[in-house]
Write a new protein. Structure first.
Lengths: 87, 147
């Protein structure tokens, strides 16, 4: 039974992917944020370049910042975006 | 009293500070950020993560309230297209004492630059656009606070 999660994108990540959100299904062997991003890079070329350097990206799970090794667990929404530049 | 607002329209900084001050307290400190005129810059486009932004700002305010003895905190941040000279952000703190008001306001601004989900894009007069990159100096400033 594959898991699924809603992914939202912001700033240049959104522009380069050409979409602001999508629902993605993934095998249950994938446990962490980094594993999910690697999975996406492998299945669809549109992710390959945009997610090539994880150090240039930040992640939030259900609206809290997380590191790439964080477990997806039962999170409903993953956000992928560049480092923030507000203020 | 904590006031958090994420808005597209302008705000009246004087009225906000007056409102924050109304509970008393001997010290009010504020920071007002506006769009800096740089060469052929026309405007900034401010994007945010609506489902997360207010919560992130509230966490910053809650941490400031836990560390300093404050009577009130106001954080107002605009989003959307802002022309050169327009106001972007107001952070203001009210306390019985000057040092708490000044330090907590600086803390809020340092955190705002690194943990609130906003992104700025520069719009130039020739129509070109460029996303502003996060700066190491901002990250260093945010990390100097022990809380």
């Amino acid at each position: 039974m594959p898991h699924q999660i809603n992914i939202v994108y912001f700033a240049w990540v959104k522009e380069r992917l050409g979409r602001d959100q999508e629902t993605v299904a993934f095998p249950e062997t994938i446990k962490t944020v980094e594993e999910l991003v690697e999975h996406l890079r492998n299945i669809d070329v549109s992710y390959f370049d945009v997610f090539s350097d994880l150090k240039k990206l930040r992640f939030a799970l259900d609206h809290d910042f997380v590191g790439t090794d964080h477990l997806l667990a039962s999170a409903k929404e993953l956000a992928i975006f560049p480092p923030v530049t507000g203020g | 009293m904590i006031k958090i607002a994420v808005i597209t329209g302008d705000f009246d900084a004087g009225a906000e500070i007056k409102y924050l001050s109304a509970d008393g307290g001997g010290a009010v400190n504020s920071f007002l950020g506006q769009v800096r005129g740089e060469g052929d810059l026309e405007a900034l486009e401010l994007e945010h993560y609506p489902a997360m932004t207010e919560g992130a700002l509230r966490k910053i305010a809650d941490k400031a309230a836990a560390k300093w003895d404050l009577r009130g905190i106001t954080i107002i941040h605009r989003v959307g297209r802002l022309k050169v000279g327009e106001q972007i952000v107001l952070a203001a703190t009210c306390s019985d004492h000057r040092q708490a008001a000044i330090e907590s306001c600086a803390y809020i601004m340092d955190q705002l630059k690194t943990v609130a989900p906003f992104w700025k894009k520069e719009i130039w007069r020739d129509g070109s656009e460029s996303w502003i990159e996060a700066r190491q100096s901002d990250r260093d400033a945010a990390e100097r606070w022990d809380c």
